[in-house]
Design a protein around this ligand. Sequence first.
Ligand code: FAD
Ligand code: DLZ
Ligand code: SF4
Length: 528
Amino acid sequence: MRNLIFILGDQLSANVSSLQDFDKNLDAILMAEVWDEAKYAPHHQKKLVLIFSAMRHFKNYLQENGYKIFYTKLDDKDNRGSFDGELLKFYQQLKPKKIIVTEPSEYRVLKLFNDFQEKNKMSLEIRNDDRFICSHHEFANFVKDKKTLLLENFYHQMRKKTKILMEESPKKPRAKTATKQELKPVGGKWNYDKENRQTIPVEIQPPKILKLKTSQITLEVISMVKKNFPKNFGEIDNFNFATSAFEANLHFVDFLENRLKNFGNYQDAMRHDVDFGFHSIISMYINIGLLDALTCAKKVEEEYFKGNCDLASAEGFIRQIIGWREYIRGIYWHFMPKYRELNYFNHQRKLPDFYWDENKTKMNCLNIAIKQTRQNAYSHHIQRLMITGNFALLAEINPDAIDEWYLGVYADAFEWVEMPNTRGMAIYADGGIVASKPYCSSGNYINKMSNFCKNCYFDVKKTTNENSLVKNACPFNFLYWNFLIKNEKLLKNNARLFYPYANLKRKSEQEILAIKKSADEFFNEIKI
Ligand code: FAD
Ligand code: DLZ
Ligand code: SF4
């Protein structure tokens, strides 16, 4: 045998770089379901079904298309339980001249392959993952000489590179040579974020997500997961994720036809009876290779040019894909392995039990966000950032515990994308690499963007529990001020926090004491 290609569970695409020069007469593929990957994070049951079922569907697709493939199932008797164990077993059995793998998306797995090669002295080629638009080298150049790594600057670079939503404009006449063309953003503005902040009115019910028939493979995987991971977090019933590239494309088309036109308006909105809103619900498919990120961005651009959505919706979506997604990946690889140690505020509290069981909290916003997460292995960006993330920041939870939760509970969670979003964007544990200020907010923001507060035990208008018989002040309120008070030294010079600190200055000594007391009592009550 010439080459043995090892394909990982998040590389499920026939265009992946490791397959690019595949010779059906000389080469073979290896895929392996392994216990180490199933257990390194507390994966949601639906996430496990998605990965294993998508791996099995991809194996069938490759076989049907004439690729020779070796596949280890999780409960195969001779499964060695790890990537290196399975790779060594097949290497010894098949004796290929070379092993080829596309660069793993996570640092720990790249290290595993490097250690494996070192130990076994074999020929192992690790290829760039060209599913991403920005290479490591290009990102390093972006970082060079910059004090702050603003997403906006990076995003402009990606727009120019991909030419998405860019148009030619005659250069302003300078001297006598006015013929040169330059690219400018369609519509004249780069970013329409300010138009993306409406709540969803009660009379508008977002369309249901496309329902596809569950395949026999998925039914078998559901039984396997039920049997082997009965205690893992999450509901397994009503599994409705796509498990092949074909199905993922149907889901994406469903988004283009039924939700894209409202994506922009309601991107940040939350409502108790709305699980998916007008979001695309495709992150899990892009992350595991069933959809291609750049193709999705271009399809949305096409919809805009066909007049099927407004510019704010198209630009908002495209910014998430070619801007945020690429930026987050760049941050991860540039700052790992140090990134996973960062804990700017030195927060050390444990994650409250209610993150694993929403019934243990009376805070309606957290109850709803965690319930939806448990049911769907999904919640949208603002819930992750401003509800579960914001609370974790204000409640001083240790970043490792927060990472563990986010890495487990979402179907799209892989460390490269989960960690900078969590440690960087949501809890500012990186001290400002990703975000220019902590995304901390009081209950006021949640009340503005959702209908959660109306039916909550807590009173969003109350700041502390001082002098009240019922201790029902919204915890987001006193925790927010408590956070600003405690971290004044670290944050007060941040220009973007000028107004919060100016407001804090106006609070009396007595109010400050009441805030601290309410926060301490709350921490005691939830035992963290
Ligand atoms: P849409 O809202 O429809 O957006 C379109 C696409 O843009 C997404 O599918 C995704 O591919 C991309 N995107 C949008 N925002 C981001 C972002 N900040 N980073 C990377 N890609 C982005 N995303 C993950 O894919 N995996 C994670 O583990 C993950 N963890 C997160 C943790 C926290 C604390 C926060 C605040 C965000 C996290 N995100 C993560 C980013 C974002 O929340 C999800 O990508 C998004 O909610 C997925 O839903 P969607 O496909 O409906 O996205
Ligand atoms: C998430 C996951 C799980 C649960 N199981 C497997 C598996 O058994 N085999 C596999 O190849 N991949 C799995 N994955 C995805 C990997 O964790 C992912 O490919 C690596 O984290 C990439 O670095
Ligand atoms: Fe959440 Fe506070 Fe509103 Fe209750 S009152 S839903 S705890 S923000």
